[in-house]
Design a protein around this ligand. Structure first.
Ligand code: AMP
Ligand code: ZN
Length: 115
């Protein structure tokens, strides 16, 4: 699995950097955001170092499907699915991306406004 030695989220996926993990399997890891913007705020990431959604190709289709399936399963586990939740992925600095490893923000537990 391609790993960037300088990448924070690669380090978390490998277990070298501590996190409060919510899910882990062969290809996808999820952990609680260190600075939560909602009562539930979990990051869902591929183990593979992909810089952002802008770098996805058709070959990533199974991985991306699994990424969203994991997010939906966590939302059910966390009890936020019925009320509704938000999945966001930021691409580039202007959109607020600060960590250059693809991640879904799974947020819920409060009403959401639109940007
Ligand atoms: P973004 O700004 O979209 O790139 O999202 C990066 C997210 O990573 C932010 O919401 C940060 O709070 C979160 N974050 C940064 N460092 C850590 C960490 N060590 N553990 C968990 N979440 C982190
Ligand atoms: Zn990475």
């Amino acid at each position: 699995m391609a790993r960037d030695p300088d990448c924070l989220f690669c380090g978390i996926a490998a277990g070298d950097i501590p996190s409060k993990q919510a899910h882990g399997d062969d290809t996808v890891v999820a952990f609680h955001d260190i600075s939560p913007r909602a009562p539930t705020h979990i990051l869902v990431i591929p183990r593979e170092h992909i810089r952002s959604a802008a770098d996805l190709t058709d070959e990533h289709a199974p991985l991306v499907g699994h990424l969203f399936a994991v997010a939906a399963a966590i939302a059910r586990d966390q009890g936020i699915a019925d009320a509704g939740y938000r999945i966001v992925t930021n691409i580039g600095r202007g959109a607020g991306q600060t960590v250059d490893h693809l991640h879904l923000h799974l947020m819920g537990g409060r009403p959401m406004t639109w940007p």
